[in-house]
Design a protein around this ligand. Structure first.
Ligand code: PLP
Length: 394
């Protein structure tokens, strides 16, 4: 046997192979991440306990220990979202993968999908729905405002959609859409309610079942203080029924919940190799959230955001969104006239290691975006960013 191995090695060593091109073989040294305080639109800093969990040695994705851990992740996600939905799981991918999963699973060609757009991520929803061959209808609100119940009802009456899609926490504007009554309207007009909770999960009150939300998605890297890489997803029985009654297969193999549920449900059949370590990380993040308690976490985010808002106004800056619609996790601040906003954010990153965001889309060049999310929502971080603004703004 050993002889066979030696013969094979000799054969490989003497085989004539094309010479290896070494032009891309660079010696970059080990990977080292610089120290940053991430006070932008996300990702936020990961909790050190989450990083520790992430760095555990991987195990098999069908290992009984891992299978139990999957159920724990699902259960803790149900708590974070306040839902009893059976189909609640983290998609392998970022928030956009989970966004795509909500649409891919329930939208059939020619279904009308009504998207209520009041910022950048509403446009992304409309773009994706079109790719699944929906008849996409949109209603618009200026970037910095939210929809009224009347506006939503008028649009539902006019378009009679199969799905209404709306962003709860618009990261591009810093607006929190009031959700009261939208779910009831969707039941009245017989459509599914699909909600983006990427910047609200963990940091802002959110009640999937009570608000009659049929489909929701989120991300790992904001209010949960885990690195980017997983996209929590949830669908209720109404959405499941629409998925089960579709004429054709879900037009996306990777995100097909009926297939994924064979792995995440009781069968535990292989679908794709789960990002095991990411799930170690999100389990720890969700465990920490449950340990703190949702009401306490939501209260902490609100208290720190309010303190940020007061301090920013005290130093003469203006906020973009009126107080009753402001998101505790993300604040948009108007860039003072004549100031180069981009140069200022670059200055903060280069000289203080602090990241804040610039404006997106309609608000590009007009606002800064300051995030206080999850692990980063602390009074120390509020003091830090305010001190920097005070000393560095001209
Ligand atoms: N929806 C909202 C409201 C977001 O803020 C983001 C990202 O910031 C996304 C969707 C997309 O998530 P990801 O960038 O994780 O794919």
């Amino acid at each position: 046997r050993l002889g066979r191995y030696i013969n094979r090695s000799v054969f490989l060593a003497t085989q004539i192979l094309p010479s290896v091109d070494n032009q891309h073989r660079k010696d970059f040294g080990p990977t080292v991440s610089p120290e940053r305080l991430l006070l932008g639109p996300g990702p936020s800093n990961a909790d050190p306990a989450v990083l520790k969990a992430l760095s555990q040695p991987p195990i098999g994705h069908l290992d009984p220990f891992y299978v139990d851990l999957m159920s724990e992740v699902q259960e803790l996600l149900r708590y974070a979202w306040q839902t009893s939905n059976r189909l609640t799981l983290p998609m392998s991918g970022t928030g956009s993968a989970a966004m795509e999963a909500t649409l891919a699973n329930v939208v059939e060609p020619e279904d009308t999908v009504l998207v209520a757009i009041k910022g950048y991520f509403g446009h992304r929803l409309a773009d994706m729905a079109g790719r699944y061959k929906a008849n996409v209808e949109t209603i618009h609100k200026e970037w910095g405002n939210a929809f009224s119940l009347q506006e939503i009802e008028d649009a539902l009456k006019k378009h009679t959609p199969a799905v209404l899609a709306i962003v709860h926490a618009e990261t591009s504007t810093g607006v929190c859409q009031p959700m009261d009554g939208i779910g009831d309207l969707c039941r009245k007009y017989n459509c599914l309610l699909l909600v983006d909770t990427v910047t609200s999960l963990g940091g802002v009150p959110l009640y999937l079942d009570e608000w009659k939300i049929d489909l929701a998605y989120s991300c790992s890297q904001k209010g949960l203080s885990c690195p980017p890489g997983l996209g929590p997803f949830s669908m209720n029985e109404r959405a499941e029924n629409k998925m089960s009654n579709r004429k054709d297969k879900v037009p996306n193999w990777y995100l097909d919940v009926s297939l994924l549920n064979k792995y995440w449900g009781s069968d535990r059949v292989y679908h794709h190799t789960a990002p095991v370590n990411m799930n170690f990380g999100i389990r720890e993040a969700l465990r920490l959230l449950a340990e703190e308690g949702l009401e306490v976490s939501w209260g902490r985010h609100r208290t720190n955001a309010k303190s940020l808002w007061n301090s920013l106004e005290n130093i003469g800056l203006e906020l973009h969104v009126k107080e009753e619609l402001r998101l505790p996790t993300l604040t948009t601040v108007k860039i003072p006239e004549g100031l180069d906003g981009k140069a200022f954010t670059k200055h903060l990153l280069n000289n203080f290691g602090v990241e804040i965001g610039g404006g997106l889309g309609d608000l590009a060049g007009k606002v800064w975006r300051i995030g206080l999310m999850g692990y980063n929502s602390t009074s120390e971080n509020v003091d830090k960013i305010i001190n920097i603004f005070e000393t560095e703004l001209p």
